[in-house]
Design a protein around this ligand. Structure first.
Ligand code: NAG
Length: 149
């Protein structure tokens, strides 16, 4: 996108015409990793700030707004459970990138290791079952939405 070219400037690698031709449309599928969703706010660059991959978006991301998390928090501090975001992302890709073939290459949740929890209890794995159940529901909802469109 033009906005990216303007913001990233000469840190963006230049492709030759041949390289561009080789890359354009040359994918078999999109490999999508989905774990969580963030709120995003504007973060204009401050004076003297060095531009980098992490500042180029000029955005601040957070899983919490007005003290309320977007969903239950996993063991990883950045991972809030939000299956609706999975559905929204799938439909966004479909609508904005000509409905490509998508493989879900990563999705899941982590839990804190509790050494005093008996193995038999730990293997019940209710949080992970619930996470995948809700994300598969969101996936199904996205597929059904596509069929209805
Ligand atoms: C760990 O498991 C034990 C045994 O079930 C439980 O009493 C304790 O609350 C758990 N600790 C945490 C941090 O979840």
């Amino acid at each position: 996108p033009r906005s990216m070219k303007v913001l990233v400037g000469n840190r963006l690698p230049q492709f030759t015409k041949i390289q561009s031709k080789l890359v354009k449309g040359a994918f078999d599928f999109i490999g999508l990793n989905y774990y969580t969703t963030n709120y995003v706010g504007s973060l204009p660059p401050s004076k003297g700030m060095r531009n980098s991959y992490s500042t180029d978006a000029q955005a601040i991301r957070t899983g919490v707004r007005n003290g309320v998390p977007i969903g239950p928090q996993a063991a990883s501090p950045w991972l809030y459970v939000y299956p609706q975001g999975f559905r929204d992302l799938l439909l966004y890709i479909k609508d904005n990138y000509h409905n490509p073939t998508i493989y879900i290459t990563e999705n899941g949740i982590d839990e804190a290791n509790n050494k005093s929890l008996p193995l038999k209890e730990a293997l019940k794995d209710d949080a992970r079952i619930e996470y995948h159940h809700r994300h598969l529901d969101a996936l199904l909802s996205a597929i059904r939405s596509e069929l209805a469109a």
